[in-house]
Design a protein around this ligand. Structure first.
Ligand SMILES: Nc1nc2c(ncn2[C@@H]2O[C@H](COP(=O)(O)OP(=O)(O)OP(=O)(O)O)[C@@H](O)[C@H]2O)c(=O)[nH]1
Ligand SMILES: [Mg+2]
Length: 357
């Protein structure tokens, strides 16, 4: 398919054309999610740039002077209209794959939260309250396709791989679609290795891009084509799900809600448990430190006493030796004075020597 044909397929997409009809769906929401600063907003800009094929604009407010900050630039879940039936949805970046944050992401992927709102990483109670309040604002007719955006620059730890696997598995359970992975900064890392890591996690569709950015938006056929192919793949997935299953968006929504509420509750319990264990471990470490400090103080006191005793003994010994010497001198003087009267006493001689010094 050439680019014009691809564009036509995307533009003409409608659930109404599915074999069993729309089954209650009318829009695809391409829901992006991923870690902070990995290029989610830039990917939306890239898609819009290719689609509009005009000037490059910062539609999704990607960070233009990104310098590795960790605050996160996008804080809202903002939709961008691609066609009448396809929306691209930007999202707040995750700082960690933490329980509270994934709870919010799952509520989004489960289409339990409305679009265009600020994303807060809420704890259980607030999140459940938010989903209840959102009920009237949600369009049951939205079909969510999860897209995980990841920069090739970033390497993985075993812990992160394990966390991601769980997140992808749950995302599939919630949306019926295994997340599509979009790799950004394609030429800035080991693309082959990152791709194979995602394949090992069970991801079937991986697309890699060098996003069009404010600094580099020189149009290339290859980049344009790749973006259109990505959009075509998203459509195929959504179509497949609606054509090969009997769906009921209202019942599905209820099931997803139950799942997310259970998930956040269990996650909350797990987090509380972890916090308690951490507090306990901290308390234990403090006690051990205090015991060690006390032991050290006792050891130092013992050493101080031993040295004091030694010093005392040394002084006593010196004192006795002096006494002994004085007695010996006295005795020999007495002997001498008995033997040769008129001779000088030894103690006098000592006295003379001392004065001469
Ligand atoms: N070279 C290059 N730079 C990119 C690419 N994708 C994003 N960037 C740059 O990376 C920085 C962060 O991109 P954003 O699109 O703001 O990332 P984000 O995921 O939306 O970030 P948050 O909203 O903060 O979570 C920006 O300076 C982009 O210009 C890419 O594929 N290649
Ligand atoms: Mg952003």
């Amino acid at each position: 398919m050439n680019m014009d044909e691809l564009k036509q397929v995307i533009n003409n997409f409608s659930f109404d054309r599915c074999k069993q009809g729309n089954q209650g769906f009318n829009r695809i929401l391409i829901q992006l999610f991923g870690m902070l600063g990995h290029g989610k907003s830039s990917f939306i800009n890239t898609c819009m740039y290719v689609w509009e094929d005009g000037e490059y604009l910062n539609w999704a407010k990607a960070d233009e002077e990104y310098n590795g900050h960790f605050g996160g630039l996008t804080l809202e879940r903002i939709p961008h209209k691609l066609t009448e039936n396809i929306m691209l949805v930007d999202n707040r970046g995750l700082a960690v794959m933490d329980g509270y944050e994934t709870g919010e992401i799952f509520a989004q992927l489960g289409n339990l939260l409305p679009l265009g709102k600020e994303v807060e990483w809420n704890h259980e109670f607030k999140l459940v309250e938010k989903t209840v309040q959102s009920e009237k604002l949600i369009k049951y007719s939205d079909f969510i396709v999860p897209v995980f955006v990841h920069s090739v620059k970033e390497t993985f730890t075993a812990e992160k791989i394990s966390d991601l696997k769980k997140v992808f598995h749950t995302a599939r359970g919630l949306t019926g679609v295994y997340p599509i992975v979009v790799l950004t900064h394609r030429t800035f890392g080991n693309l082959t290795s990152v791709e194979s890591t995602f394949k090992d996690m069970g991801i079937e569709r991986i697309f890699s891009f060098e996003n069009y950015t404010q600094e580099d938006h020189f149009k290339t056929r290859c980049r344009h084509e790749e973006v259109l192919k990505f959009l075509q793949e998203v459509i195929k997935d959504a179509q497949f799900r609606v054509e090969h299953q009997t769906r009921d968006p209202v019942i599905e929504m209820q099931e997803r809600k139950q799942f997310v509420i259970k998930y956040v509750h269990e996650q909350e319990k797990r987090m509380t448990q972890i916090k308690l264990e951490k507090a306990k471990a901290l308390e234990q470490a403090k006690k051990i430190k205090e015991l060690k400090r006390q032991e050290e103080a006792i050891k130092q006191e013992r050493e101080r006493r031993r040295q004091a005793q030694e010093e005392e003994m040394r002084r006593t010994r010196e004192h006795f030796e002096k006494q002994k010497l004085a007695e010996e001198i006295k005795r020999s003087e007495e002997i001498q004075s008995h033997a040769k009267p008129g001779r000088r006493k030894i103690s006098d001689l000592f006295h003379i020597r001392r004065n001469n010094k």
